[in-house]
Ligand binder design. Structure first.
Ligand SMILES: Cc1ncc(C[n+]2csc(CCOP(=O)(O)OP(=O)(O)O)c2C)c(N)n1
Length: 761
């Protein structure tokens, strides 16, 4: 059976019946030749929608409907992999038409008609149907995800691909709306005009998600303070989320009273009304630079997806009632009433579209798919070491540096703490990179809870160093949008424990964009996170969280952990460079307990302070991603560690050395990717590896290190000491569960003694 012979479902049968009845309908306006010529006239008195545009949008709506049919046909044949459709939501074609091609759009998964209408706007127009069909069959040729997923996206159409996690794109959309204006204010170029508005669409159930509520709140919070935020949020309200009904009136009740935002609503099956309302909403957003919500009442045909049996939770009467609100019929009526098409012409146009789309579906069914892991991974983690090296050496000219440091350069100070060295490196980067932004809770006026960003706002201005509201999802969403807009965001998460409520913005959003856009979109960023344990005087779990498991397994994510003030600036420069040159998403995990540490072995030794390298020294000291640093050259034992573990290990190593046990201590500096080559080299020298891991025994970093050794066939002794699988209790009890110096020392003695005993045997 060819696609064109696919069986007609009730929605198709209903459309055919109603279209046939349109001729000679109540208006009796069966198009005479004069009316047919009047395509430039409004399709209905008082509407801005012309007959010509209405015809084009009708074509987009028809084709979108038929792509849904094709999806099911392809699925039934094992050639397609995705059947969530747009049927019933095709009114969104009118929203596309009311916006400019240059307005970035982050779309709901029922946006077929929007995508096709926007494809019509491109010069020359794109064959959006082919794009969508290629997505359904996961074809390599598909222009955005290259067969990695079925998403709506295309750089030429300014449609930015989204994940399937509902509402997770809204913080990014909010951030992009903020960043487009902020970039213009800073004189930085972006891919979009300064008067672009950002569109994000979602379903009615998605409105309830805390991610959506957070983004809407942040948009309103900005508007309340008169910060430009040109964001148009479209809620396509079909009254149901899979099987759960949205209470009637809830979307309006929840979105109409958003402070400072406009609220517009229209029935989605009346294309002229959608278009006129979307024009008004877009004008509101563009002229006032203020957010607005456009609420469209739509219907959903064919269940949630192809596999969904709607009859299990909706009555036949309910689904039949929705047929009357078919947006295709709504547009057909408009066209017939305007005399632009007759009933038979509507039917003919429908059939023509059906044959073309289903015919094309037959052609793409066998399109080549991704066949190797290498091909799948290609856009995941771009890695161009030469460009990164060059970017890591970027410094502002001396006069700007002197200005940026208010006259006193950091290299002129004898010894800096970790906090001071990060502060200096941030200042140098802000001076060298006019598109870099530093933001987060308390980072600006206060200069950070621990003073790491102290003075930066005064020196670089409140446009580039600013406090945000208290919402980690919005902080990261702002970074996502800013990166997309061509800026270099450096957001701060105040404590590691508070990353977790927003982790999806890194895991699901930031880290996947390059993957789902074949590298055509990227959101470079360096997320500074203060974390890990051992804080004196500020105890308990939330300020001493030692779990990095949620970061370790994110494909492509770079995680640096600076322990020493002489490493932190170089590590930060490499992260900024990797973000800038390769579009990488980097986490810079700063051990709070080491921020203000000065000494290593004895009080007053100043061994945890370091000089700051002037820019002339940077080229010779660039730290490549994944390069560890060795301390000491003992030949009895290799201690592999990072963060606070470095200080604990170095202190233990000094005591072991006094007893004739020679250690070399390897500071990983990078938690992802792990410096495997360096680990193996240093392991081979001593034949004994002790992993000193301050993260938890389960899911902690030591698991990766030991696995790397095993996989490489290391045959020497291996042991680990790690923190207990526990949350961190308040007070001294913390030391009962955290990795300790004593544990490292005891394990080291055990290992070297066992080794010596075996040598004697
Ligand atoms: C965060 C998240 N939770 C659950 C899901 C599973 N899911 C996919 S669509 C959906 C319902 C969404 O309903 P609505 O927002 O009304 O959009 P509609 O599908 O009706 O257009 C759910 C629960 C998801 N994709 N993301």
């Amino acid at each position: 059976m060819t696609a064109a012979q696919a069986e007609r479902d009730p929605v198709e049968r209903h459309f055919a019946e109603m279209a046939a009845a349109l001729d000679g309908g109540p208006a009796g306006l069966t198009g005479g030749p004069l009316r047919r010529l009047a395509g430039s006239a409004p399709v209905r008195p008082g509407s801005a929608l012309t007959g010509r545009l209405c015809l084009d949008l009708f074509d987009a709506q028809l084709a979108s409907r038929h792509v849904d049919l094709a999806a099911r046909w392809l699925r039934a044949r094992g050639a397609g992999f995705y059947t969530i459709g747009s049927s019933g939501h095709e009114g969104n074609a009118g929203v596309a038409a009311a916006l400019r091609l240059t307005d970035p759009a982050l779309l709901h998964y029922r946006s077929g008609a929007f995508y096709l209408a926007r494809a019509q706007q491109a010069v020359p127009p794109r064959d959006g149907v082919r794009d969508m069909l290629l997505g359904l069959v996961a074809a390599v040729e598909e222009p955005i995800a290259g067969g990695r997923h079925k998403v709506f996206g295309h750089p030429q159409l300014n449609v930015i691909p989204q994940t399937s996690t509902i509402a997770s794109h809204l913080p990014r959309a909010m951030g992009l709306a903020f960043a487009v204006g902020r970039a213009a204010r800073l004189g930085r170029p972006t891919p979009w005009p300064a008067d672009a508005i950002v569109l994000a669409s979602m379903g009615d159930a998605s409105v309830n998600h805390s991610t959506a509520r957070g983004a809407i709140n942040t948009a309103a919070y900005c508007a309340y303070q008169h910060l430009p935020l040109p964001l148009l949020l479209v809620v396509e309200d079909n009254g149901i989320g899979i099987s759960v009904r949205t209470p009637p009136g809830w979307v309006a009740a929840a979105t109409e009273p958003v402070p400072g935002a406009g609220y517009f609503h229209a029935g989605g099956s009346d294309l002229a009304s959608v278009y006129d309302t979307a024009l008004a909403a877009a004008a509101w957003v563009r002229e006032r630079c203020t957010p607005a919500i456009l609420h469209l009442r739509v219907v959903r045909f064919g269940g949630h997806a192809g596999s969904d049996v709607e009859s299990g939770y909706r009555s036949a009467q309910e689904t039949a009632a929705d047929l009357a609100a078919d947006p295709l019929l709504g547009t057909a009526r408009l066209l017939v009433d305007a005399g632009l098409l007759t009933g038979p012409e509507i039917t003919a146009r429908y059939e023509e579209s059906r044959a073309r789309v289903l015919g094309l579906a037959g052609q793409v069914a066998e399109a080549p798919r991704l066949a190797t892991a290498e091909a799948v991974l290609a856009p995941l983690a771009p890695h161009r070491p030469d460009q990164v090296w060059a970017a890591a050496c970027l410094a502002a000219p001396n006069p700007s540096r002197i200005n940026g440091f208010s006259g006193r350069l950091p290299e002129q100070t004898a010894g800096l703490t970790l906090a001071q060295s990060i502060n200096a490196a941030l200042a140098d980067a802000l001076a060298a990179r006019p598109g870099m932004l530093v933001f987060g809770e308390d980072v600006a006026r206060k200069g950070g809870v621990y003073g790491v960003t102290r003075g930066l706002r005064d020196r670089f201005g409140a446009s580039r160093v600013f406090d945000t509201l208290l919402d980690e999802q919005s902080i990261l969403g702002l970074a996502l949008g800013a990166g997309l807009a061509g800026l270099l965001p450096v957001p701060e998460i105040q404590y590691l424990a508070y990353l977790h409520n927003a982790a999806d913005q890194i895991r699901g959003e930031a880290a996947t964009l390059s993957f789902f856009s074949s590298g055509q979109y990227r959101n470079p960023m360096v997320v500074r996170i203060a974390g890990l344990a051992y804080q004196e005087g500020f105890g308990g779990h939330f300020h001493n969280d030692n779990s990095v498991a949620s970061l370790r397994d994110i494909p492509g994510l770079i995680v640096a952990c600076p322990a020493r003030p002489d490493d932190a600036p170089g590590l930060l420069r490499t992260c900024l460079a990797a973000a800038e040159a390769d579009g990488r998403v980097c986490v810079f995990l700063e051990p709070i307990a080491l921020y203000h540490t000065r000494d290593l072995h004895q009080a007053g030794d100043g061994d945890w302070l370091a000089r700051y390298d002037p820019p002339a020294a940077w080229p010779a000291s660039v730290i490549p991603v994944g390069a560890a640093r060795r301390h000491g050259d003992g030949r009895d034992l290799t201690i592999v560690t990072f963060g606070n573990g470095l200080r604990l290990s170095l202190r233990a190593a000094a005591r072991l050395a006094a007893d004739g046990i020679g250690c070399r201590v390897l500071d990983l500096r990078w938690i992802a990717p792990l410096p495997v080559t360096d680990i193996l080299r240093e392991a081979a020298v001593t034949g004994r590896v002790l992993v000193a891991d301050e993260t938890r025994r389960t899911g902690g970093v030591s698991e990766g290190i030991i696995t790397a050794l095993a996989e490489a066939g290391f045959t020497g002794q291996v042991a680990r000491v790690a923190s207990v699988d526990s949350f961190i209790p308040l007070g001294d009890a913390a030391h009962t569960v955290l990795l300790s110096e004593a544990a490292i020392e005891a394990a080291a003695r055990r290992m070297t003694k066992e080794g010596a005993d075996q040598a004697v045997k």
